[in-house]
Ligand binder design. Sequence first.
Ligand code: HMG
Ligand code: MG
Length: 302
Amino acid sequence: MLPERVRIVEVGPRDGLQNEQGRVRVEDKVALVDALVAAGLQHVEVGSFVSPRWVPQMADSAAVFSAIQRSPGVTYAALTPNLQGFEAAIQAGASEVAVFAAASESFSQRNINCSIAQSLQRFEPVLAAAAQRGIKVRGYVSCVLGCPYEGEIAAVQVRDVASAMLQMGCYEISLGDTLGVGTPGAARQLIEVVAQRVPRAHLAGHFHDTYGQAVANIYACLLEGLQVFDSSVAGLGGCPYAPGASGNVATEDVLYLLHGLGIATGVDLAQVVQVGQSIMLALGRQSASRVARAHAAAAVPR
Ligand code: HMG
Ligand code: MG
């Protein structure tokens, strides 16, 4: 049975803009976050507190956090790889943080310069500090349906990393198809294996759309009982350590799917389309969202 409601985690300002080649102005980032919230998105990943040498695009995240307007009830999240990042995120006023591990050893090394086991150890003080201050921590597992360096990844490996993060205190584990290579059958199988250790109510789907399968993968996960999905307005982004991978599934496309299925999101699709147009204008590129392009061509159903 399909859920009545789905929660969308908007990751465009972080997962999207971390991959931009050119510099994106702080005021454009701030306007993006504020407009996403105005469109009804209640959970926005605003930026990350990682090494500026590794990801210079996110070096101004504190400035973005300090300039956004805060709406009550909205989660303004930050991605943090270690305690240093956590402290900086809290100082900047993040209302929640996310830690990120991988199901692939090679990706873990390339992305955060340590093994999977070391990354889990690094998260422990973050979880402890967060618990002390009453801050919620979300967990990501990358490369759940394939790795740019290792190819296929065993579902049990994903299950074990996800379960370690849940046990550590993450309230939700977002399963990342970083490379965007998954297909619906593989996605369903993955959820079944991961759910052996992590209840579905604690799982989220995070699909990049490289092979155009993300919307189908989300539908597959809905059938598996997932109710939380990450997406990026206009399909922005990619991961700097996943060469060739495209952005996240577009928020517009996910909303069109969900609303078409009669699933409530609390988000206004037409407004998100406009937000996407504004940021793409600032970036000087076309949106990757099929729905946004259909709207631009006036192919909107009556
Ligand atoms: P390292 O070089 O091993 O770290 O990098 P270190 O602890 O040895 O520190 C080296 C330097 O980095 C020091 O500075 C630290 O202060 C600094 P120095 O003394 O040389 O001047 N440093 C920091 N600076 C700012 N903020 C911090 C921080 N930590 C250390 N938090 C590290 C290890 C994890 C820091 C590095 O590898 C890193 O920053 N990686 C981030 C990579 C990243 O952001 N990738 C993209 C996000 S993940 C993603 O997109 C996937 C996801 O969307 C899900 C999916 O799609 O699968 C989440
Ligand atoms: Mg991602």
